[in-house]
Design a binder for this molecule. Structure first.
Ligand SMILES: [Zn+2]
Length: 122
């Protein structure tokens, strides 16, 4: 892989990372103790047990439930991007983690955080 392609892929990864972190920030707190882990902000109950308060608390819990899978998939994507960024300065970047062959550059252009080649992904 030539240097220019590598720079381009690194740039893509950094942009994608910034975008993902920006999105995660809107509904999650970055865990200060665990690198790369994000916690959803659990809705705060206001402690009042009136009918209206309970109803709105139930809505918030429901919202939390639908948000979790989204957060999880974004977290996984971010993790792959971080792994790729760590590898990009080394010979390991662009190599399939399964068979060790070079991952097709066209595939990396679409998904610079790809960890497996097309064949192994199947
Ligand atoms: Zn492979």
């Amino acid at each position: 892989m030539n240097k220019q392609t590598l720079e381009e892929l690194k740039d893509k990864l950094e942009k994608e990372k910034a975008a993902l972190e920006g999105q995660l920030k809107t509904f999650a707190d970055k865990d200060p103790n665990l690198k790369g882990d994000w916690d959803s902000k659990f809705p705060k109950f206001n402690g009042e047990f009136g009918g209206a308060a309970l109803e709105s608390a139930a809505d918030e819990v429901e919202e939390y439930g639908t948000r979790l899978p989204v957060e999880h998939s974004m977290e996984l994507k971010l993790r792959d991007i971080n792994i790729a960024l760590e590898k990009i300065g080394t010979k390991d970047y662009g190599k399939c983690e399964d068979c060790g062959k070079d991952i097709d550059e066209k595939r990396l252009m679409v998904n610079p955080a790809a960890r497996l080649c097309m064949k192994c992904q199947k």
